[in-house]
Design a protein around this ligand. Structure first.
Ligand SMILES: [Zn+2]
Ligand SMILES: [Zn+2]
Length: 152
């Protein structure tokens, strides 16, 4: 791709997989915002004419509200692989074990503090505890390809 004053000039340099603009094979074209370009296996969305192209990222989860699985498990926002087990009494943030700051007091019990505001947090009460539904088993099956690394 060539950047010019007019915008982004797309030029196919005899690539093996071809270059496609809006699904049509092209040799050379000026890009406009909102158009999608496919370069081999990669699809690129043209975001704006000031030469900014973004490759849509599908793998990395964006900072989003806590994910609640079908079985009622809430996932930590900062650690999507971990289950949120506590909630801060102050900022009401959901916290997983890695988010909790543990403060050991002499002879006493361990204080669990919010990793964000250092206030006390309390265990989440699991209100919905039931046998694994087909739904949650289904989501476990779907998750597998992401957790396992291909050893080929
Ligand atoms: Zn807090
Ligand atoms: Zn966490």
């Amino acid at each position: 791709m060539i950047l010019s004053a007019e915008g982004v000039l797309l030029r196919d340099c005899d690539s093996t997989n071809g270059t496609f603009l809006e699904g049509r094979p092209v040799k050379q074209a000026m890009l406009r915002p909102g158009q999608t370009v496919r370069l081999g296996d990669v699809t690129v969305l043209v975001e704006s004419v000031d030469a900014r192209v973004v490759i849509p990222k599908t793998e990395r989860p964006l900072p989003a509200p806590p994910v609640v699985l079908p079985d009622g498990t809430i996932l930590c926002r900062r650690h999507p692989q971990s289950k949120a087990t506590h909630r801060c009494t102050h900022c009401h943030e959901l916290l997983c074990d890695a988010c909790i700051h543990r403060l050991r007091r002499k002879g006493g019990r361990t204080l669990k503090l919010c990793g964000l505001c250092s206030h006390a947090c309390e265990p989440l009460v699991e209100t919905r505890r039931r046998k694994k539904s087909l739904f949650s088993r289904l989501s476990e099956t779907i998750k597998l390809p992401f957790l396992k690394k291909n050893k080929d």
